[in-house]
Design a protein around this ligand. Structure first.
Ligand code: FES
Length: 283
């Protein structure tokens, strides 16, 4: 029963939450081990037979002890059938599951994207950067990020990189300020420095509003704007995979951010509401 409960929890967890998958796997492993151990004990496969006392004949010489007891054929067949079945089941199901699930995680893993030399990102200024996340797919893959150079913290450069996907239904949010011209082009990247610091970001679809850290301040969005991880390689700023954020505490270089797997718009990423959403592959 314990093993069955673990398997059910594992399968339900695949739909609901990774934590339940882990808990189900642990339960199944523990009860599976106990099951096999009990089965082996019940069949006398784990206990060595008691040594037969040496018998002596009338003249005092030792007679050979009776042959050691052997185990029943049915016990051997039962355990070996269970083991062979487990091996065959694993050989059939593990590759199939891997082929079904791994591509979703591997193919959608985007590489870092060079969006330009650091000089293009003056400290304290938001720059709107549009770039093709998958150049081989062309303009349809164009994405937008709001990038602000926060200066240096503890010897490391700090950037705020906010996605323009509204956390309500995914409409493109806009910075609340004027946009400077001319734009700058770098490879497939367009860089648009903002004339003045925006007071925040707003969404034209349903009135969602965010502050300059991407925190929701009004409207229907359920969390802060997503962000991009970044790295600096040979003096260029590279955007890496985006991630979701529930709320940003603090501002700029000292902001405290908890990173969640990228989630669809409208999904809570923390709190009890997050349990209501099925697991999403990275996207
Ligand atoms: S999509 Fe932005 S508020 Fe609805």
């Amino acid at each position: 029963m314990g093993f069955a409960v673990g398997i059910v929890a594992l399968l339900v967890g695949v739909i609901v939450n990774w934590a339940i998958v882990v808990a189900g796997g642990v339960i199944a492993a523990i009860f599976g081990f106990l099951w096999v151990r009990d089965l082996a004990r019940a069949r006398g496969l784990t206990e060595a037979p008691e040594p037969e006392p040496e018998e002596r004949d009338g003249r005092g010489s030792a007679r050979p002890a009776a042959a050691a007891p052997t185990y029943g054929r049915s016990a051997f067949l039962e355990v070996s059938t269970l083991g062979v079945g487990a091996v065959i089941g694993g050989l059939v199901t593990v590759p199939a599951l891997a082929f079904m699930t791994l591509p979703a995680f591997l193919k959608q893993k985007s590489g870092a994207h060079d969006i330009g030399p650091l000089e293009e990102f003056p400290e304290g200024i938001f720059v709107v950067a549009t770039f093709m996340s998958k150049p081989e797919e062309g303009e349809v893959s164009r994405r937008t990020a709001f990038v602000r150079n926060n200066g240096v913290l503890n010897g490391k450069p700090s950037f705020t990189v906010i996605s323009n996907h509204c956390a309500h239904l995914g409409c493109p949010v806009q910075p609340l300020t004027n946009v400077a011209v001319p734009h700058k082009e770098y490879k497939d990247v367009t860089l648009i420095p903002l004339k003045t610091a925006p007071s925040g970001f707003s969404c034209p679809c349903h009135g969602g509003a965010y502050d300059t850290e991407g925190n929701r301040t009004a409207g229907p969005p359920v969390r802060a704007l997503d962000r991009y991880a970044f790295s600096i390689i040979h003096g260029h700023l590279y955007l890496e995979a985006p991630y979701s954020v529930a709320e940003v505490h603090g501002t700029g270089a000292t902001a405290q951010i908890t990173k969640y797997p990228l989630s669809f718009p409208g999904e809570h990423v923390d709190g009890i509401e997050s349990l209501l959403y099925p697991i999403q592959p990275p996207h």
